[in-house]
Design a protein around this ligand. Structure first.
Ligand code: NDP
Length: 627
């Protein structure tokens, strides 16, 4: 370690020990099994509270070129990119009452996105839309979804309030049969599965959930009729209510300040604290976007993701808490690196990869210099330093000593989704708000009257589950429908022991199917960016297929096997980082690399996008059988 790296105000060994202790406390045998599927007697948790009117219509029996499943950003982008290529014969099937996906469902008070709006919103140059603030909120995002739909005339292709129940391949007709809960039977040559990576709410398997006599709901189905108010807050109906919220992830961090302001009494039940960094939202300078040159949007999102995955850029265009993590690392290495070095400290979700760092360092240093400097240690020191800042912020803001201590996260910053908020911590200074720290244990019991923890019953009128969404469970369980491919083999059967795709998009045995999502693909912090790249890729393939008069597109066995090996190979690089993390959905609840092929592309999104671009530029649909 360099002398400079020793000059910190923290004891790295003590922190290492503490991190290990906090992780070990939380490791559990049941992993993903600790959660309760929201079905059967729990299905009331997923009813749609936002519908103004239920549609009644005759079943559709139709035939189209493309069915797109999901009307979130993925589905909207797929449709928009197909329209751009002149492919108009498609239907979008969406279970919600409108487009929006994540943003249709997640309307909880305070809901917003902490990826900068100028990069999070796709198609900004096409629509000419100017977001009001650096970080947008849920109402503006939903408004923007409508703007996209109107711009690309997507409503005329939409079947809303319609849930796909199955898709079945017919080898004779080379068509998929898409069945829905509205008794539709739609035949399609191609099906795009864009059903969302965090689409299925989950509950902890706490005994007694259904015994509770008070009111209850999941944050992704917020009951404004009960709480009053809207996504901006003002939860007036709670002023005489005692409320409990379970979970302290990114969702809870945003709605807790509004619950604290509205409820008579709020109990926040915490298993693991989130890291809460500075948000510093700003209004958009009206002249700024209008003076941007053509191509600015793509350049900006590429700039951001490049920084976050170890690449070099001339200037940090977004310059916020996400990219600041990099600047801290740079500060630590100033004695070794040229002053203009730019380096990322993070890779989205579980794809933290030392390879990315090395790639970035190589741009500035000889191999020898790299070896001389213990990069891994330097990264760890930078992370300790960042998290010391985060912990100091909790200490500074929260007055009660014990509560402040409970709110300090002891893990590396990207073990969990980092949060950025300027009111969350201060909420715990309210006299009506109490943090109940379960010290990593989590809750195990709910009674008729409220929550039981450590022998104490917390009587409440309402329990809100901010317990997140299923990740890593069976694909069709999350999607809500089964996919029956060649010879009736289902996607659940094929992927039972691990994912098998080419580029995350094709899977042998499921011809003419296109999968959208992060699995075996390039995943970005700006998730809409990944979806846009997948849409561009899809539109390219379908245009080629049309040109060729193709009826059947399927990944070859060889290409698929090769891709799985690539994913496994790249996943190895991230395993040690994940292993040291507290459990959560980023590291498969602590069960790392049992199925290493179930990862995103470990080389990072920018590398993945350029791989796909190269693949397209060869113009021979390599790895796909076309008939
Ligand atoms: P998460 O999965 O991140 O959080 C779930 C929470 O529930 C965790 O705090 C978890 O604790 C807790 N929990 C689970 N089981 C129990 C139990 N038995 N007892 C007590 N607590 C329990 O879900 P979120 O909805 O918060 O976020 C999901 C994702 O959505 C984020 O990671 C992010 O990607 C996205 N998001 C982004 C936002 C943004 O841009 N700001 C805002 C909101 C969501 P533990 O940590 O110990 O597992």
């Amino acid at each position: 370690m360099s002398a400079q790296l020793n000059q910190h105000d923290f004891d790295p060994d003590a922190l290492r020990k503490k991190y290990r202790l906090e992780r070990d406390k939380r490791l559990r045998q049941d992993g993903n099994e600790q959660y309760q599927e929201v079905s059967g007697e729990f299905s009331y948790f997923v009813e749609d509270p936002y519908l103004e009117e239920e549609i009644e219509r005759e079943p559709i029996t139709d035939e189209v070129e493309v069915v797109i499943i999901g009307g979130g950003f993925g589905g909207m982008l797929a449709a928009a990119r197909l329209r751009e290529k002149g492919i108009d014969d498609f239907k979008i099937i969406e279970k919600g009452g409108d487009f929006g996906g994540t943003w249709y469902w997640n309307r909880y008070p305070g809901a917003s996105c902490d990826i900068e709006s100028y990069i999070y919103f796709p198609l900004l140059e096409e629509t000419g839309f100017i977001p009001k603030q650096k970080y947008t909120n849920a109402p503006e995002t939903l408004e923007y979804c409508r703007i996209i739909c109107e711009k690309f005339n997507l409503y005329e292709n939409a079947c809303l309030q319609t849930e796909v129940t199955s898709t079945i391949w017919n080898e004779d007709t080379k068509r998929w049969l898409v069945k829905t809960n509205q008794n539709d039977e739609i035949k399609a040559r191609y099906v795009v599965h864009s059903n969302g990576p965090l689409n299925r709410p989950k509950l902890p398997a706490i005994k007694g959930i259904n015994d509770f006599k008070g009111h209850t709901f999941h944050t992704s189905r917020w009951d404004y009729e009960y709480t009053g108010g809207n996504s901006h807050g003002n939860l007036d109906n709670l002023k005489d209510k005692r409320v409990a919220i379970i979970g302290t992830g990114a969702t809870a961090v945003q709605c807790v300040p509004h619950l604290g302001a509205g409820a008579e009494q709020l109990y926040v039940f915490q298993r693991t604290p989130s890291s809460i960094d500075v948000r510093n939202n700003q209004p958009t300078d009206p002249n700024w976007i209008s003076t941007q040159k053509e191509g600015w949007h793509d350049e900006r999102r590429k700039n951001f993701e490049t920084l976050l995955t170890g690449g070099q850029v001339k200037e940090d265009l977004v310059s916020d808490g996400w990219t600041e993590a990099f600047r801290l690392l740079f500060g630590n290495l100033r004695d070794k690196a040229p002053s203009k070095m730019k380096m990322a400290t993070w890779a989205a979700t579980s794809i933290f990869s030392s390879e990315m760092y090395k790639k970035g360092f190589k741009a500035y240093m000889t191999d020898k210099a790299m070896e001389a400097m213990d990069i891994r240690n330097a990264m760890q020191m930078a992370d300790f330093q960042k998290m010391e800042q985060v912990r100091a912020r909790a200490q500074e803001v929260v007055k009660d000593e014990k509560t402040a201590e409970s709110l300090k996260p002891y893990y590396n910053q990207f073990c969990k989704r980092p949060c950025f908020h300027d009111e969350y911590l201060d909420t715990f200074n309210r006299p009506n708000v109490e943090l109940v720290d379960t010290d990593g244990k989590g809750l195990e019991e709910i009674s008729e009257k409220g929550i039981v923890f450590n022998g104490k019953e917390y009587e409440v009128d309402c329990i809100i589950f901010a317990t997140g969404f299923e990740v890593g469970t069976d694909y069709s369980r999350r999607a809500g429908y089964q996919i029956h491919g060649v010879d009736g083999k289902t996607v659940s059967q094929k992927w039972e022991n691990g994912l098998a795709t080419l580029h995350g998009m094709h899977s042998r045995g499921f011809p003419n199917s296109f999968f959208f999502g992060p699995a075996q693909s390039g995943f970005t912090a700006t998730y809409t960016y990944s979806l846009d790249e997948q849409s561009i890729h899809l539109a390219y393939i379908l245009e080629k297929a049309l040109d060729k008069g193709a009826t059947r597109i399927e990944a070859t066995q060889e290409a698929e096997e090769k891709w799985i090996q690539t994913i496994i190979e790249k996943a190895r690089l991230t395993a040690d980082f994940q292993e040291n993390c507290t459990p959560g959905y980023y590291n498969n609840e602590g069960k790392i690399n049992q199925t290493p092929q179930n990862n995103t592309y470990g080389g990072g999104p920018i590398e993945f996008f350029s791989l796909m671009e190269k693949w397209r530029s060869k113009d021979n649909l390599e790895g796909l059988e076309i008939n």
